[in-house]
Design a binder for this molecule. Sequence first.
Ligand code: ADP
Length: 432
Amino acid sequence: MVDFWQRASFFPLLVLLASLLLWAVFGALAGALFFALLMLMGLLSHLRRLAELEHWCVASDSTRVPDSGGLWEEVFSRLNKMVRKQHEDKEKHAAALQQIEQATAALPEGVAILDAADHVEWCNPLAEQHFGLDGVRDVGQQITYMARQPEFVRYLTLANYTEPLILRGTRQDDMVLSVKVVPYGVNKKLLISRDITHLERIETMRRDFVANVSHELRTPLTVVNGFVETLQDMPKLDNDMSRRALQLMGEQTRRMEGLVDDLLTLSRLENSLNTLVEEEVDVPPLLQSLYQDGMVLSDGKHTLRLELESSARLHGNAAELRSAFGNLLSNAVRYTPQGGEIVMRWSVPESGLPIYSVSDSGIGIAPEHIPRLTERFYRVDRSRSRETGGTGLGLAIVKHIANRHQAHLEVVSEEGKGSTFSIVFPAKRSLV
Ligand code: ADP
């Protein structure tokens, strides 16, 4: 700064000195005229440089700052450096942006950025394909103008993005997408879409295969079981070994029949075309009837109690609810040793969420098994499940039925002490 003032004052001081000299030799007028003339020239020179600077600022494509001399030289040289640095930075940013664009274009998923009001800010080529967008034309458009499926609109409106949305028929009728929204920054959203048409096809094939095999097995099993029962009833069966063999054959065919029935039930529940037929279900009488079934199943070995804390009815499917409620009760009976206590409870606590629960004082479940109980064929104790006629599919069926009613299954258990299995329904299903 000091350096600047030194250089800036050099010219005026020189002119002043020369003017004073002229004043001394030729008089005051000559000195003043000389001073004014040179100062005017200095001013004109500054104005010219200023004009050059302005011209450079206005010319948008100029990358090089004009050459200059004197005081302005340093200013121009610094400006020159700044502009060059700015250009280099710009080129670096452009290269980085291009790389990001190339990377997102290569992503196997569609990605779109939405603002707070779901307007498209940017999207990659796969998102263009999935939602029928045009990455240039549709910027600023609301995404729901392009993807109008009611379930997609609802998904965005409800803003509950914990689970991905399975979306069918976005563009081509047979395309199935898994769509997920990830909120970020201030009210921004990342819309990620994945084409799962192929996976869905495989899943449908698997389901159809299981359903067909189960269906095909049903008739031969019924025939074999029928013959086994007939043979068992034959009076002339005096050989102990034959009797034992027939008894085992009978048990195993009945087990297989149970398995086939459960597999068919699961297939039916999994079939997306099989929508839930809803009705008003009077839960208390349903539980009374299940309680009677439980008494028969327990055969006097347990103390069974039914606690009806609410008379609420439920909006749902009676047959499916009966199957789910019955499954939990039969598990409690099967996994509770003789003398144990089992309590069936129906309540609507203050939260307003209707709950059906079955508590038992049975063998309980170690914590590491609990998250896997609803997997098909997952059993904590394989032999106990078999001995008591289990198929390993009961809780998978319960989970499916719960899901179809937007309910969820909760398990609280302690090994050696007992378990409580609860189905918690959404408040909107309760009909008081
Ligand atoms: P399963 O036909 O084998 O009973 P489920 O799907 O109904 O099949 O149950 C899965 C597993 O969860 C069972 O094999 C058993 O180990 C465990 N289980 C279910 N209910 C209970 C319960 N009330 N007490 C203890 N263990 C249970």
